[in-house]
Structures are given as C-alpha cells and as structure tokens.
Design a protein around this ligand. Structure first.
Ligand SMILES: Nc1ncnc2c1ncn2[C@@H]1O[C@H](COP(=O)(O)OP(=O)(O)OP(=O)(O)O)[C@@H](O)[C@H]1O
Length: 279
C-alpha cells in the first residue's frame, strides 16, 4: 500500500513535483505516465529514500518515510531506469551483494538467489559476468536483484526503455507474474502500450501534477472506441466515436486522407492535458 499526500519537490526555480496525492492499494499494478520531465523519476526516488522531498507525506505499507525510514525502505525493491549492475561481477555475485546490504544471512542469500534466478529464467547464467549479458537479461537480473530481500512493493522506473519489442514483452510477462504473486507494483513509463497492457490503474502526470487517475479502460471508454485522424492546416485533428459505422461515415466525408483506428491511452492523455506523452 502506498499513500502519497501533497508531495512537493523543487530544484531551484523548477517545481518538479507540485502537490502529488496518490493512494495505491496492496497488490495493485499502478502506472505513472507522463512526458519527459513530468516528475516521474523524482517521485520514485523520493519514495525510495534517494532524494529528499520538499514537502508532503509518504507512507509505504503504513511506514512513514521520514520517521520510519528503515522499515519503509525494507518494504521496497527498486529497479532504476539506468543499468546499475556491477558489470565485472557475475550474476550471482550481484545478487549476493544486494542481500548483504539487507543483512541477509549467507544461507538465506544462496536460497533466495537460486529461487530468483530460476524465477526470471537466468538459472543457467548464474556464473556469467554481467558484462556478457544482453540488455534484456540485464533488466531481468535487475528485477531479480530488487526482489532479493522480499519487498512487498516493487518500483520500476522505465523498465523496458531501449529494449526491442519482443524482449519488452518478456519483461511485461515477468512484471505481471511478480504482481500475481502478491507484490504491489509502481511503474513509471512513457510507453503508452506498456501502461495499457500492464496497469490496473494509471495516473497521468504533467508538470509535477497528477491530472487524472483511472483504469485504462475507463479513460478510453470516455472518449469512445474509434478515432479518426486527418491532416488539417494546423496539424493532425482527431475525432472520437463510440460507433464504428459513425466513425467510417465521418472518415469518408473528409476531403483528404484519414486513418481510422482504435482509441488508445495516448488519446486519453492528450484529451486530459493537451499534450502527447511521447514528444
Ligand atoms: N537533480 C536535478 N537537478 C535539477 N533539476 C532536476 C533534477 N532532477 C530532475 N530535475 C528536473 O525536475 C523535473 C522533473 O524531472 P524527472 O526526471 O523527475 O522527470 P521524468 O518524468 O522522470 O522525466 P524522464 O521521462 O525524462 O525521466 C524536470 O524539469 C527535470 O529537469
């Protein structure tokens, strides 16, 4: 369970977070969606005790991050956006160091490493130096490492950035499995389809503020099921329809080229903020 109340953070004159309030239930897979610079990483770093907040309150499974920081930290596993494995060490050694940081005994570290490397399908690579792993395998190792101390909340900051589509889907399957095994997941992404596929609920973040929170399906249903894009002088104009026949009739009445497609979360984000998630 994550309770964020009126979270604030400024860097000089830049207001990175301007009063973020979010309540996320146990076992939810929650996506935090926004364009570059919206404040996603800042939020996730504050929740993990890596950046100091300017104001507001945060509780992680009931533990206050200011007054019960040690217990709050133990609740969390964090997979940062940039690879931060020790590339000279082996897969198993990277897992082991993390276990030591959380004061796990040698036996507990060995048992948990075996279990997790099987879980993320890296069991046959335990002795490989990390520098020999592909990008997708490194991501899986980072997820396994974050789960080492059995956190009940997993933070994933852009977990599939830079990976190709097939590998991204394997990571999605792993993330779903972690959630199904009872872990609360807080995911930041600017891949719309990632949020659409994975998340039970989504928050739209823009310039440090949460502009809307809902399920992907509800966001999209409000607009309709079908979108017709066509080019006008000012740029692309999109019209939304609940009925496919109406969408087709409208599209065919247009003087120039059009595209008829399904509504997606990007449309919902655009409708709420006037901006696209992807620049
Ligand atoms: N250490 C820092 N010093 C100064 N400004 C910062 C710092 N970290 C973040 N910012 C600024 O705070 C704002 C929010 O940044 P943040 O990295 O949280 O956004 P983001 O949504 O995670 O973006 P991205 O998708 O690019 O990672 C941006 O304007 C950014 O330039």
């Amino acid at each position: 369970m994550i309770r964020i109340e009126e979270l604030q953070k400024s860097y000089g004159a830049v207001k990175a977070l301007d009063g973020v309030t979010l309540h996320i239930g146990e076992g939810e897979l929650f996506a935090y969606l926004g364009p570059n610079g919206a404040g996603k990483t800042t939020t996730i770093r504050i929740l993990n005790g890596l950046t100091r907040k300017g104001g507001g309150r945060v509780r992680l499974n009931g533990f206050d991050i200011d007054h019960e920081s040690r217990q709050a930290k133990r609740q969390c596993g964090f997979v940062p956006q940039h690879l931060n494995l020790d590339s000279e060490l082996t897969v198993r050694e990277n897992m082991d160091i993390h276990g030591r940081l959380f004061d796990m005994s040698g036996a507990a570290r060995r048992r948990r490493t075996d279990e997790l490397l099987e879980y993320v399908e890296l069991g046959d690579r335990w002795d490989s130096p990390v520098k020999q792993l592909s990008g997708g395998l490194k991501r899986r190792l980072m997820i396994a490492r974050a789960l080492m101390h059995e956190p009940r909340i997993l933070f994933l900051d852009e977990p599939t950035v830079g990976l190709d589509a097939g590998i991204r889907r394997r990571i999605w399957a792993l993330v779903k499995r972690v959630q199904q095994d009872g872990t609360t997941i807080f995911l930041t992404t600017h891949y719309i389809e990632e949020a659409e596929f994975l998340a039970g609920r989504v928050a739209f973040l823009d310039q440090g503020r949460v502009v809307a929170v809902d399920t992907p399906a509800s966001f999209m249903e409000r607009l309709g099921q079908w979108a017709v894009d066509h080019l006008e002088e000012e740029g692309i104009r999109t019209a939304y329809f609940h009925d496919n026949d109406e969408a087709k009739a409208y599209a065919e009445s247009l003087p120039n080229e059009f595209s008829l497609r399904r509504v997606n979360l990007e449309d919902a984000f655009l409708a709420q903020t006037g901006k696209k998630v992807k620049p």
